[in-house]
Ligand binder design. Structure first.
Ligand code: F0G
Length: 482
């Protein structure tokens, strides 16, 4: 954000771009929102976009693209093999990260599939700051397990720690000593740790992890999907890097890793994914799987047009005015909510604003999915679609019992450069109303429960008639207002 001071002394997030293409959105009356939520089985993934006012489900594949990204799409070289588009993308990635080899894949979880198939042996353990849903699923699918070694502050919802995504070095050393190097498939560092509230990892921490792993001969895998936010936090919170360019910070991080992968639905604001490594042997092993699961080596399941957009999007990721928009909006939204007494994850991270559904709905037990209930209630109250990030997003234990999440969160993702400040303020206002009426929100129970990644397609029903009561109260309090 440009350094601009307002006459009043107030600061608001100032957009460093102008909007030149728009999409109309609908805000349905509360009675219709109630019907749509019921039809969607109280799962925000199953809502139709036409019924959603502000889509804060995710920033994945829905970030605004720049004019230069659209322009680049027009010069895509559409060919199965040897496309110029591929070589342009490869060159930008090599320059940005300084690693030798690049493998394209159709999205982030596809990279996870390739990496897990290559590195995870049955019975092995992957150590990581924190899991992501798809990451965990691929490790388990290949017969491995995982252990999370995030610092204790990472699991506390409210904190002032600037890098809550850091790995705990004592836990890392202990795990290596206990498990034995040969039983550890890899150590994974997730930038902008998604499921604990988009919390960053410091370069200092990555240096320490890398040194230990290199001494022990354990590969370090870096999930760079949320690198943009993490770079912003390194630049603004880690004193050593205040005057270091984003490219040099990226290169320093990359030099500490053995494998880097990313979802281009997040990094580079396009769609697709990729894996980078300088390890020639690992590269050869992973390369064999690309034509099998993704596509030929010069597109890997991506459209060439998206690859061109990604090439430009990656370059733009190294521009602070581009990448600071999300964290600054997240901070502004969190501050609005905190001022209204609503519990959120602090310090504000990247990706989105994370509401503490456990505290918000402390009358709903975890087994009745408070985060799912709050996400449903928010849609009914506002037409805003958030994402459940709590017990519903966990897989059951092998014996069928619930694995209760460390945190019950509702994530309100802020797709890059998509929403305006007044839309953020509207969301905060409706959340404030919901907070005043939180006793009206009740729990949820499964009606249809898929066995894998159940949060995507699962259908639920409310415990009691609380959704109707909530809609009635809304009408009473807001009159004719949408
Ligand atoms: N790693 C991280 C940290 C992610 O946030 C995601 C996706 C993936 C891997 C998988 O990438 O979707 O391209 O296959 N996160 C999305 C989200 C889905 O909504 O946070 P993908």
């Amino acid at each position: 954000m440009a350094k601009v001071t307002f006459l009043s002394g107030e600061t608001i997030p100032l957009e460093m771009h102008k909007v030149r293409m728009v999409q109309k959105v609908n805000l349905l009356p509360v009675e219709d929102r109630l019907d749509r939520m019921q039809e969607a089985g109280f799962n925000t993934f199953l809502l139709k976009n036409r019924d959603v006012f502000l889509d804060m489900l995710t920033d994945s594949g829905v970030n605004a693209m720049s004019e230069n990204q659209y322009a680049a799409m027009m010069q895509a070289d559409d060919s199965y093999a040897g496309s110029e588009t591929y070589y342009r993308l490869e060159a930008v990635l090599q320059d940005m990260f300084g690693l030798e080899h690049f493998l394209p894949a159709h999205q982030g979880r596809a990279c996870e599939n390739i990496i897990a198939q290559t590195l995870v042996k049955p019975g092995s353990v992957a150590l990581m700051n924190y899991h992501f849903t798809t990451t965990a699923a691929h490790i388990l699918r290949n017969g491995g397990t995982l252990e999370e070694i995030i610092i204790d502050e990472g699991r506390s919802i409210q904190s002032t720690h600037p890098f809550k995504g850091n790995l705990d070095i004592a836990k890392l050393n202990e795990a290596i000593a206990r498990l034995g190097r040969e039983n550890i498939s890899f150590v994974r560092i997730e930038a902008g740790t998604n499921l604990v509230g988009g919390q960053p990892v410091s370069v200092e921490n990555m240096r320490a992890v890398s040194q230990i792993c290199r001494t022990a001969g354990i590969p370090v895998v870096y999930d760079a999907s949320l690198l943009a936010d993490n770079l912003y936090f390194i630049k603004t919170r880690e004193a050593e890097f205040a005057d270091v360019s984003l490219r040099d910070i990226t290169r320093e991080i990359a030099s500490l890793m053995d494998v880097i992968y990313f979802s281009a639905r997040k990094l580079g604001s396009s769609r697709g994914g990729g894996i980078l490594t300088s390890d020639t042997k690992l590269f050869a092993q992973m390369r064999e799987l690309i034509p099998l699961f993704e596509g030929f080596l010069t597109y890997g399941g991506m459209s060439v047009r998206e690859m061109e957009a990604l090439t430009v999007g990656l370059r733009e990721t190294l521009d602070l005015d581009v990448i600071n928009q999300t964290p600054i909006f997240v901070e502004a939204m969190c501050n609005e909510l905190i001022a209204k007494g609503i519990p959120v994850v602090t310090p504000p991270g990247g990706l989105g604003c994370h509401v503490d559904a456990g505290a918000f709905c402390d009358h709903i037990p975890q087994s009745k999915y408070p985060s799912g209930a709050l996400a449903s209630a928010l849609y009914i109250a506002s037409g805003v679609r958030g994402m459940e990030r709590g017990t519903l997003s966990e897989a059951r234990n092998k014996d069928g019992t619930e694995r209760l999440a460390d945190m019950e969160l509702v994530r309100l993702a802020i797709p890059k450069r998509v929403y305006t400040y007044s839309q953020v303020k509207y969301t905060a206002d409706r959340l404030a109303w919901l907070f005043e009426n939180r006793h009206l929100i009740g729990g949820l129970a499964f009606e249809e429960e898929p066995s894998v990644l159940r949060f995507f397609f699962g259908r639920l029903k409310p415990v009691g008639d609380w959704p109707e009561k909530l809609a009635t109260q809304f009408r009473k309090d807001f009159g004719e207002s949408l």
